[in-house]
Design a protein around this ligand. Structure first.
Ligand code: ADP
Length: 399
């Protein structure tokens, strides 16, 4: 689209004889790079694919989504976080089926299949282990953060099924850009989806799509819905998740899961691949939107000496006095944790204090660095309750 438009506009200039468009793009900078473990600093978007139950097709969706994004030209990695039953090893066929270590840096080098970087406990060469929750979280953390991912546009995380501690911990280690939830149309699934959406919303991670898998199949010229009609429309209504994808039951999807070649690679023109392409486009668009919102949410306007807060998903915009923001800090350094008494005195904060830097933290807060070196974590929720500056006179804009 960009190429066509550029061609058209330039070709329309009267003195242009012919046009050759070369397109390139700068990789988007990771949003919270400084706060991330080194191995994750070069990843632009991290997308969790999650389900509340096993066997609904979560891994199938994660792997096919990853290869769809790669086909669209993105640099992609898959992290299979299911340490109990890693399925990635049966779904792809990398030449090297063992993760390698970089002994000097003590980091893990992912294996690769058709250009997509892969890390799974199933490639760790230890077979399945019996582990309890905290150990599982430790292993996941180690695998994820000590991997040398290199520059990636998307890291797809195939989450362990469920919404318990392991999932929560994982979501806290990495700042997820977005989540995709996979479910089947059974009656109970709505409750499952709701649980998933709530977990992610607690962590301020937007769910950008729900995939209702194994919806229907066609036989004898008729369409059958073996699990009943799904609760998809209910999900859309109740949670405002904008995108719902119906994935039919397809024997080839199941077969490709065991053959070591994802369906979207084996049959790129097939029915399932088309749905994965739509899902891929949705993920790309939503991630871009989310990044924009987060990165412009809170800024400091030096010309009017005010912190500008833009409320995501709305046109609302308001201004805060820097000193007021600093005085409202609720951390242990400013408030006695036992008594709740404000330790920071009003006069401790100079009226003309100015922030040195404002950076987004996760999807839920900003970190504000002040000249005295203090780093204040201000959740968006709190910023919305602080007394606002009114009657800001914006400097006139001269044409
Ligand atoms: P999960 O990750 O949720 O445990 P999997 O992706 O491993 O689920 O899928 C479970 C099984 O169902 C696999 O054998 C997979 O090939 C099969 N499967 C998944 N989705 C479909 C589908 N739409 N049609 C046919 N088989 C499918």
């Amino acid at each position: 689209m960009f190429e066509e438009k550029a061609n058209e506009v330039v070709a329309n200039l009267p003195w242009v004889k012919n046009v050759k468009v070369t397109m390139s793009a700068q990789p988007a900078r990771p949003l919270f790079a400084e706060q991330l473990p080194a191995g994750l600093q070069t990843i632009s978007n991290i997308v969790a694919v999650s389900s509340c139950k096993g066997g609904v097709g979560k891994s199938t969706v994660a792997v096919n989504l990853a290869y769809t994004l790669a086909d669209m030209g993105a640099r992609v990695g898959i992290f299979d976080a299911d340490v109990y039953g890693p399925s990635l090893p049966t779904m792809v066929s990398p030449e090297n089926r063992l993760l390698e270590m970089n002994p000097e840096k003590r980091t893990i080098i992912p294996t690769e299949y058709l250009g997509v970087k892969l890390v799974s406990f199933g490639f760790a060469g230890q077979g399945r282990a019996i582990m309890r929750g905290p150990m599982v979280s430790g292993v996941i953390n180690q695998l994820l953060t000590t991997t040398e991912w290199g520059e990636l546009d998307y890291l797809i995380i195939d989450m362990p099924p469920g919404t318990g501690d392991i999932q929560l911990t994982l979501c806290q280690i990495v700042p997820l850009t977005a989540a995709v939830i996979v479910t089947t149309p059974q009656k109970l699934s709505f409750i499952d989806v709701a649980k998933g959406v709530r977990m992610f919303s607690k962590l301020k991670v937007p769910c950008v799509a729900v995939v209702e898998n194994m919806c229907h199949f066609d036989a004898d010229g008729k369409r059958y819905y073996p699990f009943g009609r799904g609760s998809g429309s209910q999900v859309v209504q109740q949670f405002g998740i904008p995108h719902l994808f119906d994935m039919p039951i397809r024997p080839t999807l199941s077969a490709s899961g065991d053959s070591g070649m994802p369906e979207v690679v084996a049959d790129p023109q097939g029915e399932a691949s088309k749905i994965f392409q739509d899902l891929g486009v949705c993920v790309v668009q939503q991630c871009a939107k989310i990044r924009q919102q987060v990165s412009t949410a809170v800024t400091y306007d030096r010309s009017i000496k005010a912190i500008k807060v833009k409320v995501p998903d709305s046109d609302e915009e308001f201004f805060l006095h820097p000193a007021t923001v600093r005085r409202n800090d609720r951390s242990a350094q400013s408030v006695d944790e036992w008594t709740g008494e404000q330790k920071l005195q009003y006069t401790d904060v100079p009226e003309d204090i100015e922030p040195e830097e404002i950076r987004p933290m996760g999807n839920y807060a900003v970190s504000i660095t002040w000249p005295d070196g203090f780093s204040q974590i201000a959740p968006y929720d709190q910023l919305q309750t602080i007394e606002r500056l009114v009657d800001i006179v914006l400097p006139a804009v001269h044409a």
